[in-house]
Design a protein around this ligand. Structure first.
Ligand code: NQM
Length: 362
């Protein structure tokens, strides 16, 4: 470890993380997690002695390896690293960090780029579902090829523009819990509150903001300062987790809690997402796909607040720094709901490539 570990720092969507090849890290999970805590500077609210950015959205790790199965090109394991808590968890996926995985696979020579656009099929090891990422590449350096990160797509929550990375998902419905609506109902009574428990890639609990006495357009900082609200949501989260078959979630970052209110800026629905303790400055990718799938189902919490888009139109999710447009379609046969389409556009950027030196063990 004195020689350091090869690492790439990337922005993926509205998040930022350290990307590694699995072969550059210890194979033993406990040893690997201890190393990652020391690389990211956890536990410490400022992560001053590591790469972490002092927020859950910038304390993330992607571990990429050649695919174990011939149906896909690479395997991607996502790890959420705590900020002030010495925690590394694989119990959630991350679609924002996923946006950097295809480019990283090309950068590391795991996937040969095409002359124009390259598609990489990625197995998300955390849940077993698959995403196809497609992005611009060129063979301009003669032999190895390069990723073209520049482009014209602006995503809310990130300044400027960058190249489009399209993400098409398969098998996200119920990928952590077994069903799109894991409690068996589109809405449940949870501790006296109507809630929709839904999983289109991210186990999530949808509740109306006005049911917990907020309007749903507050700043993240205002919601984080509301200790009574946070306690209430944590109780609801534990109750929901039990109904969703997630077991003990005291050390897990799922299910996410999402407060819904009527759209204010021409979108379909307004959201405030809890991560679950800090409040998201935008919304996660799988989080957004899950909100859309939940709200589209008749009888769900949020359906009555939403302005449902026409067939073929994007489902526009309003969030604290703008909106996130996703392409989601659901259908119903009897009581069973199926997700027919889940896709979104993101951007990513290579920020730094080099060798990271972990803090020594205490
Ligand atoms: O839902 C944050 C993020 C995420 C997750 C979180 C994500 C997703 O924005 O796919 O991207 O919900 O913990 O990075």
């Amino acid at each position: 470890m004195a020689d350091g570990i090869r690492c790439m720092l990337m922005r993926g969507g509205t998040s930022k993380g350290a990307y590694f090849l699995a072969s550059d890290l210890p194979s033993d999970p406990a040893e690997r997690d201890d190393l990652l805590l020391r690389i990211m500077g956890t536990p410490d609210p400022r992560q001053i002695d590591g790469l972490g950015g002092a927020h859950p959205l910038t304390s993330k790790v992607a571990i990429v390896s050649p695919a174990a199965d011939p149906e896909t090109d690479v395997d991607y394991l996502f790890l959420q690293v705590g900020v002030d808590e010495a925690l590394v968890t694989d119990r959630q996926n991350c679609g924002n960090i996923l946006a950097g995985v295809g480019p990283f696979a090309v950068e590391r020579g795991l996937v040969a780029p095409a002359a124009d656009r390259t598609s990489v099929r990625i197995r998300m090891v955390n849940t077993g579902s698959v995403a196809t990422a497609t992005f611009a590449t060129s063979l301009s350096d003669g032999h190895r090829g390069v990723v073209d990160y520049d482009g014209e797509l602006a995503i809310d929550g990130v300044p400027g523009t960058a190249g489009v990375i399209s993400l098409d998902f398969e098998g996200t419905a119920g990928s952590s819990t077994g069903a799109l609506f894991p409690t068996g109902a589109v809405a449940d009574d949870l501790d006296g509150i109507r809630a929709t428990c839904v999983d289109n890639g991210m186990p999530t609990v949808l509740i109306r903001a006005d049911d917990v006495s907020v309007s749903g357009d507050e700043d993240p900082a205002a919601l984080e300062a509301d200790a009574a609200l946070k306690q209430r949501l944590e109780r609801l989260r534990f109750a929901a987790a039990e109904r969703m078959g997630l077991g003990d979630v005291s050390e897990a970052t799922v299910p996410k809690m999402v407060l819904l209110s009527a759209p204010r800026h021409g979108g379909a629905i307004a959201t405030r997402s809890f991560l679950p303790h800090r409040v998201h400055t935008s919304i996660g990718v799988l989080g957004a796909l899950t909100v859309a799938a939940g709200v589209l189902a008749e009888g769900s919490v949020g359906r009555e607040l939403a302005a449902i888009p026409g067939t073929g139109d994007a489902f526009v999710i309003e969030h604290p720094t703008g909106h996130f447009d996703v392409d989601v379609a659901v259908s119903r046969s009897g009581d069973t709901w199926t997700v027919d389409r889940s896709a979104a556009l993101r951007t990513a950027r290579k920020i730094f490539e080099g060798t990271v030196f972990p803090r020594p063990r205490p």
